[in-house]
Write a protein that binds this ligand. Sequence first.
Ligand code: ATR
Length: 284
Amino acid sequence: MKSPAYGKPKACVIGWPVAHSRSPLIHRFWLERLKIEGSYELAAVAPAGFPAFVQGLARQGFAGANVTFPHKQEAFDLCDVWTTTAACLKAVNTLWIEAGKLCGDNTDAAGFACALDQDAPGWDIDARKAVVIGAGGAARAIVYALKLRGMKRIFLINRTKVRALELASEFGASIEAVDFPGLPGALPGANLLVNTTSLGMRGQPPLAIDLAPLPPDAVVADIVYVPLETALMRAATTRGLRAVSGIGMLLHQAVPGFERWFGVKPCVTPELRGLVEADIAAAV
Ligand code: ATR
């Protein structure tokens, strides 16, 4: 176990705002089930106070922290050591302290792949072609995960095409940037479609796509989890396709941090999922 400077191990999620975060629910569930005497807190920290807060983590008794909006790039800049994934993505969502050094990982990529493994088993057996909508930080993590799993071709579709072009150029020749009018032409033969934008989130317009050109074995994944079922997921289910909600990514991205801070690898169980789903449903 990575012991904090003193007392029971504790961790937190740092964001601004952060009150909506489900991370405390997830980590406290694991602490209780695994009978670990530790704690997990919410840390609402404005951008101006973020460097000082992070540099004082160990002094405040924290073994580490999750980092969420808007701090992921700043967290990357503040680290002394990065995992290979964090170094590639230039964004950090998980911090811990090792031998006095601030270390950072980005667990969004692995979280996405693990969620698909659990909710759409076999999705990467014949990883021919994926269509990814969006070109922000989430898209970057997902493209990284797809490349790692051997996806042969990735089409990136973004409202602002120049961002898709930039992301595509970072990841090499197997990635192609397309604008929205080109979307229907990208769908035939794709065995995975992923929404990485906030479209479909509560309060946002839906992502309205005609899924007819997708092959019948395609998987449709959404990173949105509020609401639990987006219009995109409903459309996929109606077409008989496998639909994967963003809740799996939310749960699986939490696993590596918990393991580093508290020393035990936790499981994403149906009970945990049900708990988080109930919390989201109650808030909608
Ligand atoms: P994140 O780190 O969560 O990915 P981000 O970096 O702000 O957040 O990226 C948000 C993504 O959602 C972008 O691809 C954005 O498209 P633009 O690059 O054109 O801004 C996309 N997005 C957000 N709102 C959108 C909308 N109303 N229509 C289409 N795309 C939208």
